[in-house]
Every structure is written in structure tokens, then in C-alpha cells.
Write a protein that binds this ligand. Structure first.
Ligand SMILES: Cc1cc2nc3c(=O)[nH]c(=O)nc-3n(C[C@H](O)[C@H](O)[C@H](O)COP(=O)(O)OP(=O)(O)OC[C@H]3O[C@@H](n4cnc5c(N)ncnc54)[C@H](O)[C@@H]3O)c2cc1C
Length: 369
């Protein structure tokens, strides 16, 4: 039976980025249940870096990741993964605290109605306040994920696709990991980077789940009767009922901001959520919707406090959590992977995450007191 220092379960952005960080320093096996990594949440995102997203507990990870995403080291990638987009947060209530959810650390600017109309011609008059967040950028998610997998392999990491963890048992100093096709390996440490399956994977490893809940989110690409939209800023309702951004000259990506509790699965869009997306979009701007070009859904998985879970389980020796990346797993990946690597290997944190309070992300926060 092959023995590894670390087995990572899940080949999405979480498993790939952490694998790339630690592969040079340990014998690592990354197992991915599907025939290629990135098929689930990582391949279905809205692909933006929005610093304010996720609140004050998540923003430091997004902020710390930006330089790496914009200007990665040459040995990692030949060019950056970000292209400028900008976000406009809009509000229909007129309340003074409508934008209070924006962390104070993030640069945002008040916009006049005239500025809003100039940026988004056809925006409905119901939006009475707006704030721009100029730093928002698109992320080349496929490129970033591929670069992490490339670095992982270059550093000697082993990747098995079509390799679903069936169960794992810790006896003495190591884990015996059973894979569905009958293969098994042993490992000192098991990393749970299984996204929506984080709790089921923990259970299959005889570890208590943490309540990491998958929530379905829908994306719809609409063809509309308005042109010049490719670089349209992201427009986001401050009350959280939709966002949209330009995709092609006459197409937009729209999300109804749905967050529907579900089992871990191959998520598919529901007709009702597509209809809600169109309805909310049509109430936001006066551009006629011509057709739905495509739609998809994915799972965003949240711990009970909606912060990521990074660290060793308090009760199960050698079981490391890297899960609960919610709707921010791509934009936080560089910093989150460096923080996780420091915890996993017990080494000094990389300068990117020096000074971070790792305790706020530790699974110990859920331990009974
Ligand atoms: C619609 C939508 C929009 C989003 N927009 C953004 C955005 O704009 N910006 C952003 O930063 N984030 C965004 N996100 C969130 C982001 O996509 C996720 O946080 C991130 O992809 C999570 O990565 P992951 O590796 O944890 O999960 P996944 O990519 O789902 O990877 C987990 C992997 O584990 C594998 N697995 C599960 N069980 C097993 C097992 N037993 N054995 C082996 N392998 C297993 C799965 O097959 C899967 O490939 C969005 C998400 C959605 C759904």
C-alpha cells in the first residue's frame, strides 16, 4: 500500500491551491472524485474579486490575495489573473445605513444619480443611492486553478482523478484511506478540501461534521436589447436580491442571489430561479431581455458563522479542515492556501499572511466549551 505524508480530498481551488503550497515539502496525494478537477463550485463561479464581499472576517484574505492574483510570481504564471471590472452597489431604500455592510477597510465612493446613469444607461429610477467599489476585478478562474495544479505537479505532487474517498480510519499514527474503486493508501494527515462534501467526507472519516451547509446559487446569461456591455461594471443590490455584470457586447451574467439549502450534489439551475433572475434584472434596468443564452448553478458552502474553516480538528488527530469557502473561495485562494499551509505543516506563515489571526478560522471555534 502506498504511503503519503498528506492526502488531500478534493481537487477544486481549495485542494489545488493548498496542494501547490505544500507539495515541495511533503509527499502529497490529491484525490478528486470526478474525472477532472474543478467540475463543481470552482468551475461554476461568477469569477470576480470583490474586496467587500463576505464582510470584515473575509476581507483580509481577499485583500492579501490581490497582489498575487494581479502579479503572480513568474514561476507560477506568465501573466496575472485579474482584469478591471468595478462594482456599483445600488440601494432603493434611501436609508442612511444602506451601505453599512461594506467593510470600512475597503475603498468605496458615493455616486450621484447622474454618475450612476452615465455608468449604467437605462438604470431604473428606483435606485436612489449608489456607491462604487472601483477595485472589483474579474478573475481568470480556469487559469488560476490550472496554474495551481501545474505548480502542484511541478513540485512533485500526485493527482488521482476518478478517485472518490469512500472511507478513512485512523489507527495509531496514520490514516488508512479507502478509495471507491478498491484502492487504498495510508497517510499521516488527511485534508478535507471537499467543498460541499466537507461534512459527508468528515463523517466517512469517522470525524464529527461541523455543520458546513451547501447552498445553491444560480447564474443566468441573458441576451439583451442593449449593446456595449462587455466591460459593464458589476451592479449589485445592497439588499442582496441580485447582481449582474457585462459578459459580451449584448449579454450579461445575472444572479438572483439565491441561497437555497441543498444536499451536496451536481447542482442544476431551477426554472423558478431563472425566472426570478430575469424579473429582478428587468426591474433594475430598462434593457429588454431577448433570451436566456445559458444558465448554471453551483454550491456555496458555509460554516455556521460564514467564515472559512482552516485548521486541525480538535478531536481527530491528523484531520485538517480546509472548507467553508462560501462565495469567496477563488478570490481568497492565495492567502487562504498560505495560511492553511502554515497550519498544516506547523511552519512560520508566509509574508502574505503574517499577522493574521488564524484562530478566527480554526475549527476549534465550534468545539463545545
Ligand atoms: C454561482 C457561484 C458564484 C460564485 N462566485 C464567486 C466569485 O465571484 N468569486 C469567488 O471568489 N468565489 C465565488 N464562488 C465561490 C467559489 O466558487 C467557491 O468558494 C470555491 O470554488 C470552493 O472551492 P472548493 O475547492 O472548496 O470546492 P469545489 O470546487 O466544489 O471542490 C471540491 C471538490 O471535492 C471533490 N470531492 C467531494 N467529495 C469527494 C470525495 N469523497 N473524494 C474525492 N473528492 C471529493 C468534488 O468532486 C470537488 O471537485 C461562487 C460560487 C458559486 C456556486
Amino acid at each position: 500500500m502506498d504511503h503519503f505524508d498528506i492526502v488531500i480530498v478534493g481537487g477544486g481551488i481549495a485542494g489545488a491551491s493548498l496542494g501547490a503550497e505544500v507539495a515541495g515539502e511533503a509527499r502529497v496525494l490529491l484525490i478528486e472524485a470526478e474525472s477532472y478537477p474543478g467540475m463543481h463550485s470552482t468551475g461554476r463561479s461568477a469569477a470576480f474579486w470583490l474586496e467587500s464581499y463576505g464582510g470584515a472576517g473575509v476581507a483580509p484574505l481577499s485583500t492579501a490575495s490581490k497582489d498575487f492574483l494581479a502579479n503572480p510570481p513568474v514561476e507560477f504564471a506568465e501573466s496575472g489573473f485579474l482584469s478591471p471590472r468595478g462594482t456599483i452597489h445600488v440601494d432603493s431604500t434611501g436609508h442612511v445605513d444602506a451601505f453599512a455592510f461594506l467593510p470600512a477597510s475597503v475603498e468605496t465612493l458615493a455616486m450621484s444619480r447622474a454618475e450612476l446613469e452615465a455608468a449604467i444607461p437605462g438604470i431604473s429610477p428606483r435606485w436612489v443611492q449608489a456607491r462604487s467599489e472601483p477595485g472589483c476585478a474579474d478573475i481568470d478562474v480556469a487559469g488560476l486553478h490550472a496554474a495551481y495544479l501545474r505548480q502542484y505537479r511541478r513540485r512533485g505532487g500526485t493527482l488521482w482523478a476518478d478517485a472518490r474517498l469512500a472511507s478513512a480510519h485512523r489507527g495509531g499514527e496514520w490514516w488508512t484511506v479507502m478509495i471507491e474503486d478498491g484502492l487504498s493508501v495510508t497517510a499521516d494527515t488527511l485534508v478535507n478540501a471537499a467543498g460541499a462534501w466537507a461534512d459527508p467526507v468528515a463523517t466517512a472519516c469517522e470525524v464529527a461534521p461541523l455543520g458546513i451547509a451547501p447552498k445553491r446559487r444560480t447564474m443566468v446569461q441573458l441576451r439583451v436589447g442593449h449593446s456595449g456591455l462587455s466591460r459593464l461594471p458589476q451592479v449589485s443590490d445592497a439588499a442582496g436580491s441580485f447582481y449582474f455584470k457585462g459578459e459580451g457586447d449584448r449579454s450579461v451574467w445575472v444572479s438572483p442571489h439565491d441561497e437555497i439549502a441543498t444536499e451536496a450534489c451536481d447542482a442544476q439551475p431551477e426554472e423558478i430561479d431563472i425566472a426570478v433572475a430575469i424579473d429582478r434584472f428587468e426591474k433594475a434596468v430598462d434593457w429588454p431581455v431577448e433570451r436566456v443564452e445559458r444558465s448554471w448553478a453551483g454550491l456555496r458552502s458555509f460554516a455556521p458563522d460564514r467564515l472559512p474553516v482552516i485548521g486541525y480538528d480538535v478531536a481527530a488527530p491528523g484531520f485538517f479542515w480546509f472548507a467553508g469557502q462560501g462565495g469567496f473561495g477563488i478570490q481568497t485562494a492565495p492567502a487562504a492556501a498560505k495560511l492553511a499551509a502554515a497550519g498544516l505543516l506547523g511552519r512560520e506563515p508566509d509574508p502574505m499572511v503574517v499577522g493574521f489571526d488564524a484562530a478566527i478560522y480554526s475549527p476549534a471555534r465550534f468545539a463545545p466549551r
